[in-house]
Design a protein around this ligand. Structure first.
Ligand code: FDM
Length: 212
């Protein structure tokens, strides 16, 4: 019998919502329960394209807005063969940001609409679930200061939040909103429950194509 595929689990949300902490905790919990799991994060700053993106985010370079949007997308596409291979081998992938961050962040810039921003990511492996860690901009601001990178301002993050709220209305994607204002442990429990259900239901289903 062919090996059951792993699930593609994506974590999204504004800065300070706790995505990275929760991704790490989820991978640990899955591994401890004997389920193969790995974490991926986007942007993947280790590739050649990722280094261009990283320099841009650190404000060491400037890039034209459409160009950087396409680079973020290319940075996902370049990982697709590896992602598919891992999923086929039965490894669940826990992904810290995906195409939804791509759309929510770029479309917070003047002159961009959701529709244009979605186009380059059409056909990417479709997540079996996208957990949206919901945190109001006011709560996010209480958690700690924003850092020095590009986009780390409360005005920009509010615009990003509004774009996420639009994206969540798309019924073609399996969105699950999670209240990220709860304790780290409560959020983790919530996420683990959804993830285990998703791993069980998706293992016999074919991997889908995003926004197609
Ligand atoms: N970001 C991330 C984008 O603008 N587009 C994308 O496609 C992705 C994946 O890059 F400000 C933004 C979101 C965030 C920054 O920060 C990456 P982290 O701290 O490495 O997640």
């Amino acid at each position: 019998m062919a090996c059951k595929r792993g699930a593609l689990i994506v974590m999204e949300g504004v800065d300070k919502a706790g995505k990275t902490t929760q991704c790490k905790k989820l991978v640990e919990a899955l591994q401890q329960s004997g389920r193969p799991a790995e974490m991926i994060r986007f942007p993947d700053r280790t590739t050649t394209i990722g280094q261009l993106i990283s320099a841009y985010l650190e404000k060491k370079s400037d890039l034209e807005d459409h160009t950087v949007h396409l680079l973020f997308s290319a940075n996902r596409w370049e990982l697709v063969p590896l992602m598919k291979k891992k999923l086929e081998q039965g490894t669940t992938l826990v992904v810290d940001r995906y195409a939804f961050s791509g759309v929510a962040f770029t479309s917070a810039k003047p002159g961009f609409c959701l529709d244009w921003c979605m186009k380059p990511d059409v056909g990417l492996p479709k997540p079996d679930i996208v957990m949206f860690l919901r945190l109001s901009p006011a709560e996010a601001a209480l958690r700690s200061q924003f850092g020095e990178e590009r986009y780390e301002t409360s005005v920009f993050q509010s615009a990003v939040q509004q774009n996420f709220e639009q994206l969540i209305k798309d019924p073609s994607v399996n969105w699950q909103a999670i209240d990220a204002s709860q304790s780290v442990e409560d959020v983790h429990e919530n996420i683990t429950t959804h993830s285990l259900n998703t791993i069980n239901t998706s293992q016999n289903l074919q991997l889908g194509e995003l926004w197609k």
